[in-house]
Design a protein around this ligand. Structure first.
Ligand SMILES: [Fe+2]
Ligand SMILES: [Fe+2]
Length: 249
């Protein structure tokens, strides 16, 4: 467990060691504000078992108010039903994915506790803190949101900023870190336009920390700014594709 921010009333914790076997490494994030908690992108069943036990040891689990799902990938939503059944938390999920995630087996009673996030985003109030759920569509999913916490000034970017193969939890040397992000962003981010729209929005927010769902965090203002500048330089997805699809022999 890594503490990204801590004050008398507010804590931002990151769990990065629960992935195993063939799973892509994933971070799970917890925001605690005035005793109330929200988990971001909690992952699949094996992670659920470990994370639930860890949370119960550090935090009053009955105060887990919200589950946030940035998009529909299995490394995010696969254990949705277990989280809903074992906690009293309400869930937030991009509107365009609600009916798809139901295929993971979300019981009808539990499904009533899932709020669809409209395309324009919304505000979630956690322990008196207004967390901004901001649109980040096509970064990478077509219905995709990020969370900005105005108290810690952390922007949780989901798959944007991911470095799944980095073997450290925090970036120190940005230039040396680029190799762990380049291939992922070129292949998993579909649209250069979407990346540029994100850059413009995030320059206005000016976060102190950028915390992705995979790999290392950018936990100084200088590194967060470097990441935004790097994103601005990218050509990704369909824009980096060749000219033709070719049927294999
Ligand atoms: Fe994803
Ligand atoms: Fe992911």
């Amino acid at each position: 467990m890594i503490t990204l921010f801590e004050s008398d009333t507010h804590r931002n914790l990151m769990f990065n060691g629960f992935s195993s076997g063939g799973m892509i490494q994933a971070n799970q994030h917890l925001i605690i504000s005035n005793g109330e908690g929200m988990i971001l992108d909690p992952g699949g069943h094996k992670i659920h078992t470990k994370l639930f036990a860890e949370l119960s040891s550090i935090f009053n689990i009955s105060k887990l108010k919200y589950l946030f799902f940035s998009h529909q990938d299995p490394d995010i939503v696969a254990a949705t039903n277990a989280w809903l059944m074992m906690t009293d938390a309400d869930a937030f999920l991009p509107a365009i994915w609600t009916r798809f995630v139901a295929h993971f087996g979300v019981d009808e009673m539990a499904a009533k506790r899932v709020t669809s996030i409209p395309d324009e985003g919304l505000t979630i109030t956690l322990g008196g803190t207004d967390l901004k759920v901001i649109p980040a569509h096509y970064l990478h999913s077509s219905g995709n949101f990020q969370v900005y916490d105005p108290v810690s000034k952390i922007l949780y970017t989901g798959d944007l900023g991911a470095s799944p193969a980095a073997e450290y939890a925090a970036v120190e040397d940005f230039d040396a870190h680029v190799q762990y992000m380049e291939g992922f962003h070129k292949r998993y981010m579909p649209s250069t336009k979407a990346v540029k729209m994100w850059v413009n929005m995030v320059r206005g927010l000016s976060p102190d920390i950028i915390a992705p769902q995979h790999g290392a965090v950018f936990n100084t203002k200088a590194l967060a700014d470097r990441f935004v500048d790097w994103a601005d330089s990218l050509t990704v997805g369909a824009d980096a594709l060749g000219d033709a699809y070719i049927v294999p022999n």
